[in-house]
Design a protein around this ligand. Sequence first.
Ligand code: SF4
Length: 670
Amino acid sequence: MTATTHPGASPYKALARPGRIGSLALPHRILMGAMHLAMEGEPEFLPRLKAFYAERARGQAALIITGCAAVHPAGGGYRTFCLTDPAHRSQLQAIAEAVHAEGGRIALQLFHAGRYAFSSETGMPPVAPSAVPCRLTRETPREMSAAEIAETVACFAEGARFARAAGFDAVEVMGSEGYLLNQFLSPVTNQRTDAYGGDLAGRMRFSLEVVAAIREAVGPDFPLIFRMSGDDCMPGSTAWEETIAFARSLEAAGVDALNVGIGWHESRVPTVSAVVPRAAFAPVAAGVRAAVRVPVIAANRINTPEVAEWVVAQGWADFVAPARPWLADPAFAAKALSGDRAGLNVCIACNQSCLDHVFAQPPQPASCLVNPRAGQEALWPQAPAVRRRRVAVIGGGPAGLEAARAASERGHAVVLFEAKPHLGGQLRMAARVPGKGEFYETLRYYEEALRRHGVEVRLACAPDAAAFAEFDDVVVAAGVEPYIPDLPGVGLPHVATYAQVFADEVPLGERIVILGAGGIGCDLAHYLADEARPKPEVARFYAERGLPERTVPRHITVVSRSDRVAAGVGRTTRWVLRDELRRLGVEIVTQFVPEQIVADGVIGTTPQGRRHLPADQVILCTGQRPAAGWKDRVPAGVRVHVVGGARDARGINAARAIREAFETAYRLGE
Ligand code: SF4
């Protein structure tokens, strides 16, 4: 559903101002940053891509930047557009036409992965400035010859020429995130001794030749954005003074705007995950903006209109280019500009259905945890259901909320029953974990959506069979409950479940052993360890008054039966979580098979023999099982649809729960 813009109605005045990138006039300051969706280039996915981009154009993105399009086959990959393929060119043209049909504007991103290309995907060895092994691909690239560099420069120019001919409104050259042009700029990956290496002039030569060649190919008026790296977040990489000198050189070479990217895929600094504070890297864009006169674009954890407004109003950037927030809500700009902040579905930076899909092996099409329709708009068109049903939803956790939202959006009359006095279920639990506070946005969004769609919410109720007799369909989204293992001592008073701890039902101990090192166990350890630290304002107060820092005494041990820790957590955030636990001093014990919980700890076996882990509190994160309390209460004769953890608790997470709920609710009344 697309919101309507009412000129002058936006509370975000800086965002609402028209802007310009070279010759391209833009109605406001919110662009849509490039996203690779792992659907590109396959003919069967073209309708989905067209629908995806068209919906974001209807959502009033001032300018959409496509996902990457490789200018040379060596720089592409699996399900990636490659501009040397005529079929891919016509698909891209069709996407541009779909965006234009909605009144939108679209820029083509010109890309070469360099040493980030996987030979298993391209069928050829990866190339790079120098043969420096790559941690991302676990391959060592081949050094490019001068002739290959010249060929690649020509490929960028040819890509831009195609973009203009195909009707694109601009091009963006990908020169950040550790891809080929960034690799040439960085001394970490550029160890050449020829004209393309050595000092800054040598290392930036490739990028400047690309810009010059594109200008030559498309003329002075075709808008050209360069996505440069503001900070590689890599030890020994390009220095800040060099970054600024590079920005100035790009401006002198004729770029119309600089989009400031942050971090490499090999970097150990999180740049887009939820532990990164909102707009944390906007000051980097501000530093670039202070050095040039062309417009500067900021991104990275700019996920709400008020954060975007702050960045632009502060003069830190001329435009913002959020990417994932457009997956979470295809009407991001339309809602911001019309002042409908309450209706915005906010990206929670979880990466679970977007980056974790795209970086899976093999890659999976990107979608969104909080908007499972993302990337599948063509499969689930927004239209009323054929037959209007009376629908009961049991459970007010993520699956129940989504089932109620999706069913009511399709025109069904929906009543949601929740046993607790509030909505949210596991969303509330997750929101307490450091960096996951964004889940409160998801809960807020659902509460607003249910209110707008007229869903009747009955809290603190346990309806009997008679209550369901009036419904055509019952969606059971009752969720999960902790699994209690059959372990001696499990009933001792100092043993609790993770659910009891998150619900504040038990006082916390000082020496805590968490049984289970899956996602919940690690999240719980993160939460408990972080809670014991002084809050930033308290630490600052102590420091300003010369008081010694005080920390709450708490020692946390997380126990895994195997070698695996945080195994169920997605690839792009698992390392961040493990780093956080290490940083906070959480002890991890692997290959520990618990035998017995005793008054002063846990006894178990390890490959080295029996071991006693001292504890004054033991918390069970030993799995989950479907909540079963609803089974006796649904009468015969009513269609029952069980979704999420209530259907299958194994490996359940919010992404699966919400997706199942959406698909089930969408099909009601078909
Ligand atoms: Fe944002 Fe998570 Fe959706 Fe990705 S899956 S767009 S990170 S909410």
